[in-house]
Design a protein around this ligand. Structure first.
Ligand code: FES
Length: 144
């Protein structure tokens, strides 16, 4: 039997929050899902350690779009430290769950947050996120 999407997933998929890009973003992250080749880009504006604005673009499936949307809602107004604690499981839970076969899609959101914060730290302090290792981006998508 195919597991159904929750109403929250359908809502965030049909009406994703915070879609787009931010011209004066001071943290930009991009990650790819090696399982399917989908890509997510996240833009942050960080002021005094607080994420005051966030937008995303996801070239991916419905679950990836819904988790990206929820993840941006969860980190807006949060400190860098709080945002780093958000896991893909927390995002999926906030969406009332995801079908098991779509859990891998939620990893994009968690990794995009870390990638954008790493970029912010690199630009502002010259030192990236301790222990952060960028995941290999999938190729053959988005012109590379
Ligand atoms: Fe690629 Fe969902 S199938 S992120």
């Amino acid at each position: 039997m195919v597991e159904a999407y929750s109403e929250k997933v359908m809502d965030h998929f049909s009406h994703p929050r915070n879609v787009g890009s931010i011209e004066n973003a001071n943290g930009i992250g991009q990650v790819g899902n090696p399982t399917c080749g989908d890509i997510m880009k996240m833009y942050l504006v960080v002021e005094n350690n607080i994420i005051t604005d966030v937008k995303f673009k996801t070239f991916g499936c419905g679950a990836a779009i819904a988790t990206s949307s929820m993840a941006t809602e969860m980190i807006k107004g949060k400190s860098i430290e709080e945002a780093l604690k958000i896991t893909n499981h927390a995002v999926a839970e906030a969406l009332d769950g995801l079908p098991k076969i779509k859990m891998h899609c939620s990893v994009l959101a968690e990794e995009a947050i870390q990638s954008a914060i790493n970029d912010y730290l690199l630009k502002s302090t010259g030192i990236g996120l301790p222990g952060y290792k960028p995941k290999e981006e999938s190729c053959g998508i988005g012109g590379h």
